[in-house]
Design a protein around this ligand. Structure first.
Ligand SMILES: Cc1cc2nc3c(=O)[nH]c(=O)nc-3n(C[C@H](O)[C@H](O)[C@H](O)COP(=O)(O)OP(=O)(O)OC[C@H]3O[C@@H](n4cnc5c(N)ncnc54)[C@H](O)[C@@H]3O)c2cc1C
Length: 458
């Protein structure tokens, strides 16, 4: 690495190369190691391309860093790997208010993009708890989901064009601005969700929508799981396409999440087995509020919910979301494994019963916290493992992942595979799919220099 180190310094200048960097990753619950001795901080696409040309020539492995909020070890590094951060490519290059697009460098934070859109009375339809840390490049590389997928789809649906630097340094500029463009293969799709293994995203053209000033939020409680999907159907029908979030919370997570300095007053007088955070957005404040209230009242009369709290101000809306987003409260049952599984809603209750029984009988583990994007068939299941012993982790993972195969479920609904889930990919993808992934990796990155060992092994 010593020869290449000098060449990299010559390419990027003194501020562009950090020796023995200290890395603070916000999504690293598992404690994946960051052992890279070098962190590169290019300032332009051309610099990224020059770095890749050099590393490809020397067959030097690179690990790509966005905002480090990824939850599957995708940014962790070994001693013989070099990290490349997009932190100095944060420019918002422009907003086209007529075409409703925003063009950004990939190191721009998600929240900065949301705010830039709002300043033009437009709306970027991706949101997640790590909005202040996560970058657009990381969102694209992981095809992030988040809180509004039920209405707007995942990151993939928000991306119109991309600029990507390939492993050999080729700059692939595919900065499409059009909603419809079937001129040949849609190459950007290959890089969305590829977790930095096929190329480095340096710029993106993102789709915007009109801002939705009317926002209604409620937290409801119910006593039976099967009422949640029925409530979801009822609310979707009643709101006529305005539903923007439907987040389910089990009481085991709810009780943990209430423990926080900012959450001193519990929203309900008594405990309930299940809760749902429901939100609608639209254009007309008064009409939307009436429709939202009527939908909740009808759900109450139909016995689908037992109690409800309607947020009366933006502050109350934020405090309801703070319960859902209080992931730090999971520290109370740490060490934990955070799962991100996808499965049909109809199978969720029996799946949860089965894994709870197996965790208890095989490992005597009982600490569980469950919440998730129910409308997207996506559950986050957090298991308190009482130890960091990797053999226990693997046994817990087998218990949760193996049953998903028969359910045609997913071991990763939105977080990706990274390092953490690679050994279980076969539960969600067949042999031909995995072979095709390897073929793509070999074609795009024959020397295996981009995030090697992540997603699939060669
Ligand atoms: C509190 C919290 C809440 C979260 N909520 C959600 C949620 O609701 N939905 C969801 O999907 N995720 C969620 N996440 C996970 C995480 O925020 C997302 O995966 C996010 O998209 C990662 O962005 P990042 O910039 O932090 O990427 P990083 O963590 O830096 O990187 C993630 C992966 O992408 C690669 N990568 C990063 N930038 C680039 C680039 N420019 N080009 C190519 N590859 C790149 C990395 O190598 C790595 O493999 C949450 C995380 C936290 C901590």
């Amino acid at each position: 690495m010593d020869t290449i180190r000098q060449q990299l310094k010559a390419l990027l200048g003194p501020r562009g190369v950090v020796e023995t960097p200290t890395i603070a990753a916000v999504g690293n619950w598992r404690g994946h190691p960051y052992n890279s001795p070098l962190l590169l901080r290019p300032t332009s696409t051309e610099q990224v391309a020059a770095v890749l040309r050099l590393c490809n020539q020397h067959q030097q492995a690179l690990v790509i860093h966005g905002g480090l909020s990824g939850m599957v070890g995708g940014t962790s590094s070994a001693r013989d790997e070099i990290c490349l951060s997009l932190e100095r490519l944060q420019k918002i290059e422009g907003i086209d208010t007529l075409g409703r697009t925003i063009t950004v460098e990939s190191g721009a934070r998600l929240q900065a993009v949301q705010e830039a859109a709002l300043a033009e009375n437009l709306f970027f339809a991706l949101d997640l708890g790590a909005r202040g840390s996560a970058t657009i490049g990381g969102n694209i590389a992981t095809n992030a989901g988040g809180n509004q997928v039920i209405r707007y789809g995942m990151t993939r649906e928000q991306v119109l064009g991309l600029e990507v630097v390939l492993a050999d340094g080729t700059i692939l500029s595919s900065m499409n601005h059009l909603l419809k463009n079937n001129a040949g293969y849609d190459l950007k799709q290959l890089f969305i969700g590829s977790e930095g293994t096929l190329g480095i995203v340096t710029k993106a053209v993102l789709r915007l929508r009109p801002a939705m000033p009317a926002r209604n939020t409620a937290l409801v409680a119910t006593n039976q799981f099967d009422k949640l999907p029925r409530l979801l159907s009822h609310i979707e029908r009643a709101l006529g396409g305005k539903l923007s979030a439907f987040e389910a919370i089990w009481d085991n997570y709810f009780q943990l999440a209430l423990q926080g300095p900012h959450l001193s007053t519990p929203p309900f007088e008594q405990r309930h087995p299940y809760y749902a955070l429901i939100e609608s957005t639209g254009s007309d404040t008064e009409t939307e509020a009436d429709i939202f209230l009527a939908a909740l009242e009808n759900a109450l009369s139909a016995g689908l919910i037992n109690d409800a709290v309607l947020a009366k101000s933006e502050k109350e809306q934020e405090s309801l979301w703070a319960i859902r987003d209080n992931i730090d409260s999971l520290a109370a049952i740490a060490p934990v494994i955070i799962f991100d599984v996808g499965l049909p809603i109809g199978a969720m209750e029996s799946y949860l019963e089965q894994i709870q029984a197996d965790l208890k009988s095989q490992l005597d583990l009982t600490q569980l916290a469950v919440f998730g994007h129910l409308g997207d068939s996506n559950l986050h299941i957090v298991v308190g493992t009482e130890t960091k012993d990797i053999t226990v982790y693997h046994r817990v993972e087998e218990i949760l992942y193996a049953p998903l195969q028969a359910l045609s479920g997913s071991i990763s609904a939105e977080h990706g595979i990274g390092l953490e889930k690679k050994r279980y990919l076969h539960y969600s993808r067949n042999a031909e799919e995995i072979a095709t992934m390897r073929l793509l990796k070999k074609t795009f990155d024959p020397h295996n220099i981009l995030n090697p060992g992540k997603v699939v092994d060669l």
